[in-house]
Design a protein around this ligand. Structure first.
Ligand code: GRF
Length: 201
């Protein structure tokens, strides 16, 4: 969008909407990463949950928030006019539990990215979120797990992959310890991957 400035010298080329439903620890890393970036900023944080921790992170960073109604989001205009008015150019899903409508993906020219806490295509799809993912990895006896960062194409946990990283699954793991190891990978890699995605010609 034109005319917007961050703390940096140049015009902001990319203005992100972060969509999150929960605590927003990944969202917080992204807000921190781009807080003083010359060309990328977080312009809004969107949640379907008015009690989501991510809203407090947004407040701390001075980022506007939008609470959406599930039905209007899924069957209405997906809040596209609001996002356009905010000058949003790309959407980052960070623990957002609703399926993103195709209208939203189309409006942003496919610039919608998601992170999944497992190695897709394994352990993805409807219902595969939070501890369910890690329980599935353990139940299958996988030797490794990890993260997948991918573009969103209208199906759950599906679309071209931008990045993946792996970690070991230990014999002593339960869903909690595995989740923690995977979350560390997410925190390390999501923001830099978004930056590379947006800035690589
Ligand atoms: C992360 O594990 C992410 O992969 C998944 O939802 C979780 C969100 O965690 N899509 P947080 O709210 O960022 O802490």
């Amino acid at each position: 969008m034109r005319g917007q400035k961050t703390g940096g010298p140049g015009p902001t080329a990319h203005n992100l909407a972060i969509f999150a439903s929960g605590s927003g620890s990944n969202a917080e890393k992204i807000m921190a990463h781009f807080a003083n970036h010359p060309h990328i900023r977080v312009g809004i944080v969107v949640s379907n949950n008015g009690a989501a921790g991510v809203l407090l992170h947004a407040q701390r960073y001075g980022i506007p928030t939008l609470i959406i109604d599930k039905n209007r989001f899924l069957t209405g205009d997906a809040y596209v006019p609001h996002l356009q008015e905010a000058g949003i150019t790309a959407v980052v899903l960070a623990g957002f539990l609703l399926k993103v409508p195709l209208t939203l993906i189309d409006v942003f020219g496919g610039k919608v990215v998601n992170i999944h806490p497992a190695l897709l295509p394994k352990h993805g799809g409807k219902g595969m979120y939070g501890k369910h993912v890690h329980e599935a990895v353990l139940a299958q006896g996988d030797a490794s797990s990890g993260i997948t960062i991918h573009l969103v194409d209208g199906q759950y946990d599906h679309g071209p992959q931008l990045f993946s990283a792996t970690c070991a699954v230990l014999p002593t793991d339960d869903a909690g310890t595995l989740a923690q190891r995977v979350l560390e990978l997410e925190h390390r890699h999501y923001a830099p991957t978004i930056e590379r995605w947006l800035t690589t010609p």
